[in-house]
Design a protein around this ligand. Structure first.
Ligand code: PZK
Length: 316
């Protein structure tokens, strides 16, 4: 949130307070992800913010996609509600978050969640129902951590006999590294491994059945969990297009690449340029920004069965 600045004071002219309206320091910035930011609210709570930044081919593009962060936050809220599994969401009311001015509230509308502070478990809980991405590359190249429990003879994008739990660790490089079941058990212990696998696969099964009813395949997804007061909570964003691979069901052909719901449009434009996929990316023309935004909103409407406009209308 560029815009959270400390040190403003209320200016009183006559009996009227105007202006700048920040009589409390701005929330302290805690962490930046590629496309998300976290701020401190108090000892127990954080402000989780989804920005409009977008990455493609692992590079952050120069142009934000207006409302992308609101679409992703709306999808996370939708699935926290649908799943009814213990999670970190406290709410979206920002009126009792100290240090936000009117400008911040406008910027944050629909894109911020107040969440419970948790101790983050250092394992990304990936569930895969289809063979794609890094798992397909491991499989094709003779096997790796994610393929140790798979049968032979599978093709790219094949549906797996049953969903598999394929944890990864966040590396300093920013890339996730797939790790074996044995390595995961060493890192977090057998008891927690069993709980995370069961929770993750259960959530995947329910979310993928939900998506299938809307004509959407949830190919794979990544969850994070944390502990708060000894309770195991689902944290982070959930089942968004940034944390999940969503495919239009009618575009799925085993053996072929499948276009991603949200990013295919911008990737196809990038592929028309001579860009070598190293930073910086080429500037997106306005019509590509607008077309990408439309795809995110279409994904929201299709997956939630509601409208993004009605979601926003409900946020203040
Ligand atoms: C937490 N991240 C990932 C990094 C981001 C997000 N409920 C929580 N309690 C404590 N810590 C976190 C959470 C959550 N969610 C998540 N880092 C810390 C991350 C950078 C930017 F937006």
């Amino acid at each position: 949130m560029a815009g959270l600045r400390a040190g403003h004071v209320v200016v009183v002219v006559g009996s009227r307070a105007w202006a700048t309206l920040r009589n409390v320091p701005a929330p302290r910035h805690i962490a930046s992800g590629k496309v998300r930011e976290i701020y401190e609210v108090d000892d127990e709570r954080l402000l989780f913010v989804a920005t409009d930044r977008i990455s493609a081919y692992d590079v952050i593009l120069n142009q934000p996609i207006p409302d992308k962060g609101r679409v992703l936050t709306g999808l996370s809220l939708h699935f926290f509600d649908f799943l009814e599994t213990p999670n970190h969401l406290v709410g979206t009311d920002l009126s009792d978050v100290p240090g936000l001015d009117d400008e911040d509230l406008v910027e944050l509308r629909g894109r911020a969640m107040v969440v419970r502070r948790a101790t983050v478990i250092p394992v990304e809980c990936v569930v895969r129902g289809y063979l794609y991405g890094s798992s397909w590359r491991e499989y094709r190249n003779g096997g790796g951590p994610t393929t140790e429990h798979l049968p032979g003879g599978l093709r790219l994008a094949d549906r797996l006999p049953e969903p598999i739990f394929t944890p990864a660790t966040k590396e300093a490089s920013g890339h996730d590294e797939n790790i074996t079941e044995a390595r995961t058990r060493e890192l977090i212990g057998d008891a927690l491994y069993g709980e995370l696998r069961e929770r993750s696969i259960d959530i995947y099964l329910r979310a993928s059945a939900y998506a299938a009813a809307k004509g959407v395949i949830l190919a794979d997804t990544k969850f994070e969990f944390g502990f708060a007061d000894d309770e195991l909570l689902l944290i982070d964003e959930v089942l968004t297009p940034d944390s999940s691979r969503y495919w239009p069901a009618d575009q799925w052909v085993p053996g072929r690449d499948v276009p991603s719901f949200d990013k295919q449009y911008v990737r196809e434009w990038l592929d028309t340029t001579s860009w070598d996929r190293t930073p910086p990316a080429p500037d997106l023309p306005p019509e590509v920004v607008e077309g990408t935004r439309a795809r995110y909103i279409e994904a929201f409407d299709r997956i939630t069965g509601t409208s993004f406009d009605s979601y926003l209308a409900g946020k203040r």
